[in-house]
Design a protein around this ligand. Structure first.
Ligand code: G3I
Length: 376
């Protein structure tokens, strides 16, 4: 595959293979993206909220048609599930997992140990505890969440977003993390070993963002991730896979296929499985004309996914949402449109219609060399 560079802003549209329109093929196949993924031995999925399943039948039908994998957008985060010490509310996650079971979908668990979205009581409790108590405060959530979904959640984001070079550490680790402050970098070792003991069948992920673009920001993050993996592998920490979140921002940073391909090869070199776990595209800064913007978004998505799916360790692609109707991008200060229009960074528009981005994802799966489909 000849690889190219996409310049931030004026995307080099001519530099990529045209994305066939699904609308021309609508009569041929209303197959969802999961069918395209399955033919390449992979999975396609999306992040969802239980409220969407309860209240939006059109969206729910689209998830059932397009996905064979789901992940909770926020309802397995400890701030939602353990609002008071030892008092749990898994009702949202239970509904999502019941939906996945009903539709014979795989499910991810997001996230066991993260610096964010923690309940307010946890930080103070960590400060008061001794070393053993601090470890228990972290692993107690693993002890409750993993067994609850054993056999239903096949892979977990055990540690999410451990990297943050802007925090000033030489090794690029996230210093402003309650876990790093409570236990040092060993929090990662403890979390993965505990998760392995708790559910030996689960695939254990280390996930992070800002690993995708050709920019100083992302280069620092990739370097920190590779150095972290060197240390974790040397300490025989049971990391099975790396999740590349895949939140692209093509109107702010360049994308270079060769550079990203080399990084994925480096990750595969550790013997790790790979997944894109939160794929979406921030279109703020793109052309005001939605149609033109859609085509540019599709072009960079195809360029990104062609590289991702060219790596035989890449097992699945999940979007962070399926429809622009519910994208976090439309509400996040850095990415939302000042005029209130929806971000158009997901495969379906606000009316559940397929967009060129849908075509790009389907075409990337269709062009990918098939791999043996993982059962786990
Ligand atoms: O549903 C409750 C509602 O009942 C309550 O009234 C309201 C006010 O407190 O909160 C609502 O929950 C919000 C939830 O989104 C559902 O909308 C939480 O406050 C809010 O913090 C949560 O934000 C999520 C955020 O992670 C923090 O957990 C976003 O939906 C979610 O898209 C975002 O996802 C993150 C990934 O986990 C990690 N990678 C980056 C990604 C985007 O930031």
């Amino acid at each position: 595959m000849k690889r190219r560079e996409f310049l931030a802003g004026a995307l080099a549209l001519g530099a990529c293979s045209p994305v066939p329109s699904s609308r021309a093929q609508e009569s041929v196949s209303s197959e969802g993206l999961a069918a395209h993924a399955r033919r390449s031995g992979r999975y396609f999925g999306a992040a969802i909220k239980s409220r969407q399943l309860r209240e939006d039948p059109d969206f729910t039908a689209a998830i059932a048609r397009e996905c064979d994998m789901v992940v909770q957008e926020y309802e397995l985060k400890r701030g939602t599930t353990e609002p008071k010490p030892g008092k749990y509310d898994f009702s949202g996650a239970d509904q999502i997992i019941a939906f996945a079971q009903k539709h014979r979908m795989k499910a991810r668990g997001h996230a066991l140990v993260w610096y964010a979205a923690q309940p307010p009581w946890l930080g103070p409790a960590l400060k008061l505890a001794n070393s053993g108590g601090r470890e228990k405060l972290m692993t107690s959530y693993i002890d409750v969440a993993m067994p609850r979904y054993a056999g239903k959640i096949s892979e977990w984001d055990v540690v999410n977003e451990a990297i943050e070079p802007n925090d000033g550490r030489a090794n690029g680790m996230r210093a402003n993390s309650m876990w790093m402050q409570a236990l040092g970098e060993d929090y990662i070792d403890i979390a993965f070993h505990h998760a392995r003991q708790t559910d030996p069948r689960a695939t254990l992920f280390l996930t992070d963002f800002g690993l995708e673009h050709d920019s100083p920001r992302c280069e620092r993050r990739r370097t920190a991730m590779l150095k972290l993996l060197d240390r974790l592998m040397a300490r025989k920490v049971p990391v099975d896979a790396v999740g590349i979140q895949g939140h692209l921002k093509p109107y702010k940073e360049k994308f270079n296929q060769d550079l990203f391909a080399r990084f994925l090869d480096d990750l595969r070199g550790y013997g790790l499985a790979l997944s894109v776990t939160e794929f979406d595209i921030a279109d703020k800064g793109g052309p005001p004309n939605p149609g033109k913007r859609d085509n540019e978004v599709a072009a960079v998505a195809k360029a990104f996914l062609d590289v991702a799916l060219d790596n035989r360790a890449m097992r699945s692609i999940l979007c962070w949402g399926l429809s622009d109707r519910y994208s976090w991008l439309s509400n996040f200060p850095d990415y939302k449109w000042a005029d209130g229009q929806l971000s158009r960074g997901l495969p379906l528009d606000g009316q559940m219609r397929r967009k060129p981005l849908w075509d790009a994802i389907a075409a990337a799966f269709d062009a990918a060399r098939p791999i043996g489909r993982s059962r786990a």
